[in-house]
Design a protein around this ligand. Structure first.
Ligand code: GTP
Ligand code: MG
Length: 462
């Protein structure tokens, strides 16, 4: 059995510059999100430093005065009684600040100068997100994609670190296949480039494999995959809904980017037609560029879907912005053509019953075809399931099938692929009136009694 190792708490400061074109609400929302991201990485944010400026300071992101303020705070550390969840230590010595988190992407030299000015490790927003993706990536494909993004991010920073080390120590000779006169930095750069190329080759191979598998699945099902894809902002409750709709054990965590890979499961209890549900990676504003590119392939699953469920956390005060970000990303990958149902989730988490009712009424008025629900209420999950199944039953056709007495072992096939409306028996076999996908009906008829097409119709018309 595994025992959970409790990580030592790590303390972080957050710093951000508010530019003139950023509203207070937007600025606050972004800071809150960074704190959530920090929490996901195991940091407790103990203080936030903000500054209004017309632009970022070219040298060290913030102005000298603010840097001095942060540096003093880092130097003095934090007293135990200033912490929310003060660890039970007896001595009252100060707690060390582990990192300063910056709510923008900053240049390698800004990061280095900032680090020197404040006296602790600096992580920008991109690095925080990359670190989370790095920790959460499970499959080979996700790990390779994250590593490419990290290498792309680290390469210029390694160069910056090498610059800091000075010219001595950069020239080493005759080792490791390095060409004459090639510097340490060039060698590192070449290594990074080679590794990225290698990973890209691996990803192409994996994509080919994925395409083949997909083609096979399509072939088996006789048509496009056309399932449901759960999309939406990170932490909206996609995986929770996936679990509830399919009775499966997918990972659910109150952390950002808990899911990085697409998982596919059939709706449960099984429906006719069988509907596949896929869970996807969550969205976030300002996703690092490297990751946008590398996660497109994961999101492509959403493009294959016949129906998208856009899951939104109705209890998050910033849900409007999150909804817009998701809409925008879906537009970017060309998925805005796919039919979509907006699912406002976590309504149970919006105040008391009266507040919940008011919120639901407002949402229904603003988004007429939306669903307002809680993934924690089984009757509401059942209603969502019924809505999904109804969507997929739209294109079903009514038809007749004859199951000869000699082929009774195929009875299960009929029940698993069709909705049976009526069943009668006579000396030839069992006669079914069913609803099913047109292609499926055709192939079932062929399988049940080859060469006798059309006879069923006569039977029902008698
Ligand atoms: N109160 C409440 N909490 C919910 C509901 N649905 C999900 N949660 C919680 O919200 C958190 C995030 O849920 P997930 O299902 O992991 O969210 P996700 O959208 O898959 O997140 P990512 O994988 O990070 O994109 C978990 O702690 C869930 O238990 C709900 O309807 N009500
Ligand atoms: Mg998830």
């Amino acid at each position: 059995m595994q025992t959970e190792v409790k990580e030592k708490p790590r303390y972080a400061l957050v710093a951000s510059v508010q530019l003139p074109d950023v509203s207070d609400v937007e600025f606050e929302a972004s800071l809150t999100e960074l704190s959530e991201l920090a929490k996901t990485l195991g940091f407790q944010v103990v203080r936030t430093f903000v500054q209004k400026r017309n632009s970022f300071d070219r040298t060290a992101y913030m102005g000298v005065g603010k840097l001095e303020e942060i540096s003093q705070f880092v130097n003095r550390g934090l007293r135990n009684d200033e912490l929310d969840d003060a660890p039970p230590v007896l001595d009252a010595s100060a707690v060390e600040i582990d990192a300063l988190l910056v709510d923008h992407e900053i240049s390698p030299s800004q990061a280095r100068n900032l680090e020197l000015a404040v006296g602790c490790e600096v992580m920008d927003r991109t690095m925080v997100i990359l670190e989370i993706f790095h920790r959460n990536a499970r499959s080979r494909a996700a790990r390779a994609q994250v590593e490419i993004a990290r290498l792309g991010y680290m390469a210029p920073r390694l160069r910056e670190a090498a610059k800091l080390a000075g010219p001595q120590g950069r020239q080493r000779s005759g080792m490791g296949g390095r060409g004459a006169g090639e510097s340490h930095t060039e060698l590192d750069r070449r290594k990074v480039r080679d590794r990225i190329a290698e990973l890209q080759r691996e990803i192409i191979a994996m994509e080919l494999e994925r395409k083949t598998q997909r083609a096979r699945r399509v072939e088996r099902q006789g048509q496009g995959l056309g399932g449901v894809s759960l999309v939406g902002y990170t932490n909206a409750g996609k995986s929770t809904l996936m679990r509830a709709l399919t009775g499966s054990e997918v990972l659910v965590a109150n952390k950002l980017f808990a899911t990085l890979d697409t998982t596919v499961r059939a709706i449960y209890p099984e429906s006719v037609p069988r509907v596949l549900v896929s869970d996807t990676v969550g969205f976030i504003k300002n996703l690092p560029h490297g990751l946008v590119a590398s996660f497109k392939s994961t999101l492509e699953e959403a493009l294959d879907a016949a129906l998208l469920l856009h899951v939104i956390d109705a209890s998050d005060p910033g849900f409007q912005r999150q909804l817009e970000v998701t809409d925008e990303v879906l537009r970017e990958i060309g998925a805005d053509e796919v039919p979509r149902i907006r699912v406002f989730n976590k309504i149970d988490h919006v105040g008391d019953a009266a507040a919940q009712a008011a919120c639901a009424a407002e949402l229904r008025q603003r988004y007429p075809d939306c669903v307002v629900m809680s993934a924690r209420r089984s009757e509401e999950v059942a209603a969502l399931r019924a809505l999904i199944v109804a969507f997929f039953q739209r294109d079903l056709e009514e038809g007749e099938l004859l199951l000869p007495w000699s082929a009774q072992q195929l009875r299960g096939e009929i029940y698993s692929h069709c909705q049976v409306l009526e069943e009668r028996a006579d000396e030839e076999g069992s006669w079914f009136r069913v609803r099913g996908e047109p292609d499926k009906l055709r192939s079932l008829r062929e399988q049940l009694n080859p060469g006798s097409q059309g006879r069923e119709k006569e039977y029902w018309e008698l």
